[in-house]
Design a protein around this ligand. Structure first.
Ligand code: CU
Ligand code: CU
Length: 396
């Protein structure tokens, strides 16, 4: 079953994230994350003043439609390789999926629920994803014209069990072609990952024979653009042998490459920056520095934490690291047959995944970062709050 990534509207702007109203800097203040990354963040933040300026002062009313921005990119997409060009992305052409939760209208700072919900009972799982365009706040005050599955970037977490049959349907409610590509599936690319037109649907089924943390994404050419604009998500396949109890979270790392769009107040994807691998934001679950302050992941001292990680990229490798902790076990691609012990940092490539387990003995704040620090300074940072520690120096 589809497990929509919940958008919890009530938990709005993290108290620790402030957008300086006059200018171009996104400031992260007053929490351990900030203290940890202080040195690196300021410059990096200053490097994207255009982005912040372009969005921070626009009235909400101007954010309602992303059509213009989308059209501009559609034009760019049309000059790129044709759909299904295998050269466009390592042989994977895919189609996108649809879906619901995110507002296509005035973007608000919402929190994508990082808690991994249990897989649904039964052996046949009906999953529908809807490809649609919208607007998402990817950092405080920064609105971006996303292309999505079900309205959010990432799309919903799909959680099934090894051996389940996934009866899948893609609906295209967007304005351009989209497709789907499930890394958890073994299925003909030419048949099931083909692009479909707006208004069309595509259905197929596959058996989730391999356990792990897998990416799904739109593979319509140029796939890099469809992914960078938000058309990705995670499908978790539980192993046949149940895993031990743990506090489980899902983190999808990805990048945003921005430029002003034709729609005032909304940023668009910058294809040149994508090609050059120069992101403006690198994020977990779609928003820079998402899980900090009051939105931190929580855990108990001495209790197992399990982090499911997927790196959607499209370009940057994740140097996955938890500050102040050791990754007790790392399962590359999330398959229990692959196991590493006592790891400090684990590389998750674009299009790859991992499941990591750790137990943190002492109460405190523990940053989760990509240890590729340019990316951490652009937002690839979360916090685990273990126990009930006091606010970090400076408080918040
Ligand atoms: Cu892929
Ligand atoms: Cu797409």
């Amino acid at each position: 079953m589809t497990k929509p990534g919940q958008l919890i509207g009530g938990l709005l702007v993290p108290a620790t994230l402030l957008l300086a109203s006059c200018g171009a800097q996104v400031r992260v203040a007053n929490d351990p994350v900030t203290l940890y990354k202080q040195g690196a963040s300021a410059d990096a933040v200053q490097a994207r003043p255009a982005a912040a300026n372009a969005t921070s002062s626009q009235p909400v009313a101007s954010l309602v439609s992303s059509t213009a921005a989308t059209s501009a990119r559609s034009a760019a997409a049309s000059q790129a390789p044709t759909s299904h060009d295998t050269g466009s992305m390592a042989g994977t052409a895919t189609n996108a999926s649809p879906s619901p939760a995110a507002s296509a209208a005035p973007a608000k700072q919402s929190v994508y629920d990082p808690v991994l919900q249990p897989a649904t009972a039964g052996t046949v799982q009906h999953v529908t994803l809807t490809a649609k365009e919208g607007v998402q706040e990817i950092a405080p005050g920064v609105k971006y014209a996303v292309w999505t599955f079900n309205g959010t970037a990432p799309g919903p977490v799909i959680h099934v069990k090894q051996g389940d049959t996934v009866e899948f349907t893609l609906k295209n409610e967007g304005t351009m072609q989209h497709s789907i590509d499930f890394h958890a599936a073994e299925t003909p690319w030419n048949l099931n990952y083909k692009s479909i037109n707006p208004g069309e649907t595509l259905s197929f089924s596959f058996k989730a024979d391999h356990p792990g943390a897998f990416m799904y994404h739109c593979g319509t050419a140029p796939a890099m653009m469809h992914i960078a604009d938000g058309m990705y998500g995670a499908i978790i396949v539980d192993p046949a042998t149940p895993l031990p109890a743990a506090k489980e979270y899902m983190l999808v790392q990805s990048e945003f490459y921005t430029k002003p769009s034709a729609t005032k107040g909304i940023l668009d994807g910058d294809y040149t920056k994508m090609q050059n691998g120069r992101p403006d934001y690198v994020v977990f679950n779609g928003v820079a520095n998402h899980y900090t302050g009051g939105n931190a992941l929580v855990a108990d001292p001495g209790r197992r934490i399990r982090l499911w990680v997927v790196n959607a990229g499209p370009n940057d490798f994740s140097a996955f690291h938890v500050v102040g902790a050791i990754l007790d076990k790392v399962y590359p691609d999330g398959n229990p047959a692959n196991v590493l012990s006592g790891m400090q940092t684990y590389t998750v490539p674009p299009g790859g995944g991992a499941m990591v387990e750790l137990t943190i003995p002492n109460e405190g704040w523990y940053p989760v970062v990509s240890h590729s620090f340019a990316d951490a300074s652009k937002g690839a940072m979360a916090m685990i709050k273990v126990g009930n520690p006091p606010a970090a120096a400076g408080g918040h």
